[in-house]
Design a protein around this ligand. Structure first.
Ligand code: 4AD
Ligand code: MG
Length: 431
C-alpha cells in the first residue's frame, strides 16, 4: 500500500484518500464529530457529518479513545482555519486498535509523570518538533564535516582508561582483562585518527558518572568531536565558529515550523554568525568581578558565572586560555604562560552555558608523560596514546560539541531531558 502522509496533503486536494494514524483529540457538536488525526508528520481535522456516514461509523467516532490507531477515509480540502491548513471531509473510519484511558491528556501533567511516560510523551506535538530539530542538527553536523574533507571515525565505547579525569567513569568488569570503562569522550582515538587521516570526527554516545543534578547534565549524552592535524588553538576556534554558524543557520532555514510549535523566539539565534567574540579566561574573570561576583582566579566557571559572562554578548562567546589546573591532562600549555592551557570553551547565550569544550593538544612526549603522572593516571593504559607523540608528533587541535546542549539551546528548552529521546540521569534510567 502506498501511504499518504499529512505533510503531503497539498498534493491531494479534492481527492478521496485513505490515511492511517492515531486519534490525537476529538470533539463533537450535535450532528458533527471532529477527529484530529496524528500520523507523525502532522495533524489533520477529520469531519464526520451524521448524514454522510453510516450510524456505526458515527457511533465509533464517538466511542474511540485518545491514541486509538485508526484508518480514515474522505475528501481533502483546504481549510485555513483548521490545524495544518487542511480538513478531511470524512466518509469512513476503521479501528486498527482501540485505546482507552491514555495516561497523557491535553491537561497539564508534572514533569516526573511525563518522564515516567516518556515512551508515550514522545507522541506529543512538542516532543515531535524537538526530535525533528534534533535530527536536523545531527544531519547538519555530519554535512558540515563531510563537506570539508573530514572522515567519520567511530571510537570504541568500552575503553581501558579515563579521558576527562577519573572521577566520572562508569566501570564494568571485562572478562579476564580487569576493568573497562564507558567512554567519556572519543578524543584520544580521534587524535590517532587525525594522525592517520588528517581531519576526522567522531560522533556517538559518551558517558559521565557525574553526580550533577543540573538541567545541563546527562549521564549519557551524544558528542561530536572533530580533530585536525596541524591546527593550532586559533584554527580550532575558526573551525568552531564556522561550525556553530552552520548548524544554527541551517535549523533556522529548514525548521521554522517546528520552532513555531516550540514558540521559540529566534531573534537571538539569528545573530549566530561568525566572527564570534573571543575573550581570554582572564577577561572573563574581569567581567565577573565587574558584575559583583566574588570569583577566585584559578577556579572553573559555574553555571551562573557562565550565564553572567555570556550575557555580555549577543552571540556565543569563545573563552580561551583557562588555568591548566582545572583542565584535562592532554591540553598543551600556553608558551606565553605555563599556568594556562590552550583551551577553549564556547558559551551559548540565553543561559545555556558551555556547548563546546576543546583545546590544542600537548604534542611533546616528555611533557605528556609528566602530565599523566601528575594526574595519577596509569601510564601503561596510555602507551598507545604516547606512541602518537613518539612517531611523527605534530601540533593538533580539536573540540567536542554536546548534542543535547545544542538541541536544548536551539529549541529553547528548560532541561536537557527533553533534548534526547530517552534521558539517562542520576535518578533516572527508565523507560
Ligand atoms: O568539555 P568536555 O568534557 O570535553 C571533552 O570531552 C573533550 N574531550 C572534547 C574534545 O576536545 N574533543 O565535553 C565537551 C562537551 C561540553 O562542552 C558539553 O557540551 C558536553 O560535551 N557535555 C555534556 N552534555 C551533557 N551532559 C553532560 N554531563 C556533559 N558533559 C559534557
Ligand atoms: Mg568542558
Amino acid at each position: 500500500m502506498q501511504n499518504i502522509y499529512i505533510k503531503d496533503l497539498s498534493q491531494h486536494i479534492g481527492e478521496e484518500i485513505t490515511l492511517t494514524g492515531w486519534l490525537y483529540n476529538k470533539r463533537s457538536s450535535g450532528k458533527i464529530k471532529f477527529i484530529i488525526l496524528r500520523d507523525g508528520t502532522g495533524l489533520l481535522q477529520c469531519v464526520y457529518f451524521k448524514g454522510n456516514v453510516t450510524p456505526e461509523v458515527f457511533e465509533l467516532a464517538d466511542r474511540l479513545g485518545q491514541e486509538s490507531s485508526i484508518e480514515v477515509k474522505g475528501k481533502v480540502k483546504a481549510e485555513p482555519r483548521a490545524v495544518g491548513g487542511y480538513e478531511l471531509d470524512a466518509t469512513d473510519l476503521h479501528v486498527i486498535s482501540e485505546a482507552h484511558d491514555y495516561p497523557i491528556t491535553p491537561k497539564d501533567h508534572g514533569v516526573e509523570f511525563l518522564m515516567d511516560n516518556r515512551h508515550l510523551w514522545l507522541r506529543s506535538s512538542r516532543q515531535v518538533a524537538i526530535m525533528r530539530i534534533r535530527h536536523r542538527i545531527v544531519k547538519a553536523i555530519r554535512d558540515f564535516f563531510d563537506n570539508r574533507g573530514f572522515t567519520l571515525m567511530d571510537p570504541p565505547i568500552l575503553t581501558p582508561a579515563a579521558c576527562e579525569g577519573t572521577s566520572t567513569l562508569f566501570e564494568t568488569e571485562y572478562f579476564d582483562l580487569g576493568k573497562a570503562y564507558l567512554t567519556q569522550s572519543g578524543q584520544l582515538y580521534a587524535e590517532a585518527g587525525a594522525m592517520a587521516l588528517g581531519k576526522v570526527y567522531t560522533f556517538g554516545p559518551t558517558f559521565r558518572a557525574e553526580k550533577s543534578k543540573t538541567r545541563r547534565h546527562l549521564t549519557e549524552f551524544w558528542m561530536v568531536e572533530p580533530e585536525v592535524a596541524f591546527n593550532d588553538l586559533n584554527d580550532n576556534m575558526d573551525l568552531a565558529e564556522e561550525f556553530l554558524e552552520y548548524i544554527v543557520q541551517t535549523v533556522l532555514k529548514d525548521k521554522q515550523e517546528e520552532l513555531k510549535v516550540l514558540e521559540r523566539d529566534t531573534t537571538k539565534l539569528e545573530n549566530v554568525k561568525k566572527p564570534l567574540p573571543r575573550i581570554s579566561y582572564d577577561e572573563a574573570v574581569e567581567i565577573l568581578k565587574k558584575n559583583g561576583i566574588d570569583f577566585q582566579w584559578g577556579n572553573d566557571f559555574g553555571g551562573t558565572d557562565e550565564t553572567v559572562i555570556s550575557n555580555q554578548f549577543d552571540r556565543p562567546v569563545m573563552v580561551h586560555r583557562y588555568p591548566a589546573e582545572v583542565k584535562a591532562f592532554y591540553m598543551k600549555r600556553d608558551p606565553q604562560n605555563e599556568k594556562l592551557a590552550l583551551a577553549v570553551d564556547v558559551l551559548a547565550p540565553e543561559g545555556y552555558g558551555e556547548i563546546i569544550g576543546g583545546s590544542q593538544r600537548e604534542d611533546s612526549l616528555e611533557l605528556l608523560q609528566a602530565r599523566i603522572k601528575e594526574h595519577n593516571l596509569p601510564q601503561s593504559a596510555f602507551e598507545w596514546y604516547l606512541d602518537l607523540r613518539r612517531f611523527g608528533s605534530v601540533p593538533h587541535s580539536g573540540f567536542g560539541l554536546g548534542l543535547e546542549r545544542t538541541v536544548s539551546w536551539i529549541c529553547g528548552l528548560d532541561h536537557l531531558r527533553e533534548a534526547i529521546p530517552f534521558a539517562r540521569m542520576i535518578y533516572r534510567n527508565t523507560p
